[in-house]
Design a protein around this ligand. Structure first.
Ligand code: NAD
Length: 322
């Protein structure tokens, strides 16, 4: 039986990845600073531990065939674009990456997956909301718009260096806005899909929800199950990456908020207010992943949002009724 370590198993994607690996027959160890808030705790062994500590990183990497490094200090625009958390974001995530990668090398891990982000792409290619460029080859000259993006870029290079110098097989994905049930939906670290679902679920008919910026900024969003398919395809392949794992269904943020309002069946309007926005436009470019792995997402955004709204709505009303 293959053994896998999921770093960040207390988080959104990590919690789901544990389930996926279990369903494929893996023995899974999870590690995180915290338990999974939504009870997504199906690892065979779960270790509460801080990966900024090299001793913990060494312990959890022991006897693992594969390591999935998803632990990071991150959040939505309200966390990573205000500037207030830059030192923590860079220090904490870089420490996790340095320690986990080094421990994986020392413990002879057979393959390691690293979760980078579309936030590492240069801002100058994402100024036009109707025509953003996020092909993998457009990463340099580097100019991410956040320290979160710079840390991801540094860590991509770190993983590639270990691959070159120490022969450790790495797989690197650049995620584009992953969403779905059992993710952060309140508290300041939530991202746009969950935040819109929460705002709409909390709103009463005839009122409005707040949306940051003019609402014309564009993004694409990938449902969690599709992300897991992408991760597993990449891990099974010989292709090292970095490669985008995202959707090409680009949507303006106000249209996205309208989609959530429509799903809810409520009569709500949108109030655009100043707030942290990130780049003007961003969309996944899936040409490379399709050519290398013959993979692309299969579901429209609305399908994933129906499931996500249902889940966030339940959380909101459970909290209200508690
Ligand atoms: P998440 O915040 O839900 O999960 C990250 C987990 O890492 C958290 O549970 C956190 O407690 C844990 N962690 C942080 N510091 C740690 C430490 N020192 N030791 C142990 N655990 C620690 O985020 P997510 O959405 O599941 O994202 C997973 C990965 O994917 C992250 O690396 C993130 O940067 C990347 N990513 C996510 C998205 C997205 O849209 N969700 C997009 C691009 C990249």
């Amino acid at each position: 039986m293959k053994k896998a370590l999921v770093c960040g198993a207390g988080g959104f994607i990590g919690g789901h990845l544990v389930n996926r690996l279990k369903s494929e027959g893996y023995w899974v160890r999870g590690v995180d600073l915290k338990n999974n808030e939504y009870g997504n705790m199906n690892a065979d062994e779960f270790i509460l531990g801080d990966l900024r500590d090299p001793i913990i990183a060494g312990q959890v990497c022991k006897d693992m065939n594969e390591v999935y490094q998803l632990a990071a200090d991150m959040g939505g625009a309200g966390y990573i674009f205000t500037g207030d958390n830059d030192a923590d974001v860079m220090h904490n995530s870089a420490m996790c990456n340095l320690n986990v990668l080094h421990a994986s090398k020392n413990e002879n891990v057979e393959k390691i997956f690293y979760s980078s982000s579309a936030c590492m792409y240069p801002e100058y290619n994402q100024l036009d909301p109707d025509n953003p460029k996020c092909a993998e080859g457009s990463a340099y000259p580097a100019a991410p718009d956040s320290e979160y993006g710079w840390e991801k870029l540094f860590s991509e290079r770190l993983y590639l260096s270990y691959s070159r110098n120490h022969g450790i097989p790495v797989r690197i994905a650049r995620f584009h806005n992953i969403f779905g049930p059992q993710g952060t939906w309140t508290g300041g670290k939530e991202k746009a899909p969950a935040a819109f679902c929460r705002k709409v679920a909390e709103a009463t008919d005839g009122t409005s929800i707040e949306v940051w910026g003019d609402g014309k900024q564009t993004r694409s969003f990938l449902y969690i199950d599709e992300c897991l398919d992408g991760i597993r395809n990449l891990m099974k392949s010989d292709f090292q990456g970095p490669v985008n794992i995202g959707s090409e269904e680009m949507i303006a943020i106000n249209d996205f908020a309208e989609m959530v309002i429509k799903i809810s069946g409520k009569n709500l309007s949108i109030n655009n207010i100043p707030g942290p926005e990130g780049v003007r436009g961003r969309n996944s470019d899936n040409e490379l992943i399709y050519s290398k792995l013959n993979w692309k997402p299969s579901q429209p955004l609305i399908d994933g949002m129906n499931k996500t709204y249902k889940w966030v709505n339940e959380q909101v009303h459970t909290l209200v009724n508690a």
